[in-house]
Design a protein around this ligand. Structure first.
Ligand SMILES: Cc1cc2nc3c(=O)[nH]c(=O)nc-3n(C[C@H](O)[C@H](O)[C@H](O)COP(=O)(O)OP(=O)(O)OC[C@H]3O[C@@H](n4cnc5c(N)ncnc54)[C@H](O)[C@@H]3O)c2cc1C
Length: 315
């Protein structure tokens, strides 16, 4: 019998919305699916996942899993997949799953496909070459692993019947201990994360320094209750942190509105945001490629247009 195991992701107990997209993908596959949450003291996290439509929410709760160390998590995922007879193991595309799932797949000698955006009859569709080509992929073997782009699989409405929760035993002595958790550095921000936001205001090389970025891009984002994003040009220049980068080598997002402020629209940037519902762009160059994909465009200097926009929106 086929069984899909969905790996839920959370940030210090807070469920990542992308977990529900991975569950939506699993529902589309058609086989029954279980959700697996790992961590320490994650009862409330498991509770939040009961509406995702899974057959069971499995909880691997142990002090040694308090931090998402890849070798330990991969070990537990592989053990649970094996014990339950999972035929497909799935997670949403993220740095967490990039770190953990290939290791778990290797432990089971299983094939893996990443960046999945479609599925039908055992065949995966994935984006490659910065979204310029779509590949159809079939995996061999009894167990398969996949990461799916949350933008491609909208979370289903909460299930009326909450899934039962079941604890899975964690054999702490068997956990690999090659890596040790040292510390966590978290940038506190009142703004939503770009992968979870309905609106993203994203800034490019037009912004000359961090103060201007914060005042214009941050200011506009705060006015709209939006997340902040950045092109790689600003990350490379040290103006914005890597965590804000949108694109091929950054985050892949698909909000309802993406407002590109002084971004040219290089293919590597667009690979990360072109599935957005509505794209709006401000750029002083009317020939900028971003206008080819933008639903709304304003040819203007961001230093003049953005303060005016903030002022008008505040009214
Ligand atoms: C392997 C690889 C991976 C990459 N991955 C990524 C990625 O993940 N994300 C990413 O973003 N890039 C990525 N890049 C880099 C990408 O190719 C571009 O260099 C980058 O996206 C350009 O950023 P930008 O649009 O901010 O800058 P630019 O291309 O320099 O564009 C700046 C824009 O601002 C406009 N402008 C300037 N001043 C003003 C003003 N005052 N008012 C209004 N408009 C103004 C200009 O007209 C221009 O269109 C990658 C490149 C490679 C090779």
């Amino acid at each position: 019998m086929s069984l899909t195991l969905v790996i839920a992701e959370h940030d210090q107990g807070q469920v990542k919305l992308a977990s529900f997209s991975a569950a939506a993908f699993a529902a589309q596959v058609g086989a029954p699916f279980d959700l697996l949450v790992l961590g320490s003291g994650v009862a409330a996290t498991a509770e939040a996942l009961r509406a995702a439509g899974a057959r069971t929410v499995l909880v691997a709760d142990h002090a040694d899993l308090a931090e998402p160390l890849a070798d330990r998590y991969a070990h537990v995922i592989a053990a649970v997949a094996k014990a339950r007879g999972a035929t497909l193991v799935v997670g949403a595309v993220s740095t967490f799953t990039k770190d953990v799932l290939p290791r778990a797949a290797a432990l089971l000698d299983a094939a893996m496909v990443s960046d999945v955006i479609g599925y039908a009859g055992g065949v995966f569709r994935r984006a490659q070459y910065a979204g310029n080509a779509l590949a159809t992929v079939e995996l061999e073997g009894a167990v398969k692993f996949a990461t799916v782009r949350s933008a491609a699989f909208a979370a289903a409405a909460p299930s009326a019947t909450p899934s039962p929760v079941e604890a899975v035993a964690v054999d702490a002595a068997a956990l690999p201990k090659h890596a040790t958790f040292v510390s966590r550095e978290v940038k506190k921000s009142a703004r939503p994360d770009a992968t979870e936001a309905r609106i993203i205001v994203s800034g490019g090389r037009a912004l000359k320094n961090a103060e201007d970025f914060e005042r214009l891009v941050g200011g506009l984002a705060d006015t709209l209750g939006a997340a902040v994003g950045s092109s790689r040009a600003l990350v490379d220049a040290g103006i914005t942190p890597n965590s804000l980068q949108i694109g091929q080598t950054g985050k892949i997002v698909a909000p309802e509105l993406y407002l590109a402020v002084g971004i040219s629209g290089a293919i590597q940037h667009m690979a990360g945001m072109k599935d957005t519902k509505i794209i709006a762009a401000i750029n002083k160059d009317a020939e900028a490629p971003i206008f080819e994909v933008a639903d709304y465009g304003l040819v203007a200097d961001v230093y003049e247009a953005v303060p005016e926009l903030i002022q008008k929106l505040k009214k």
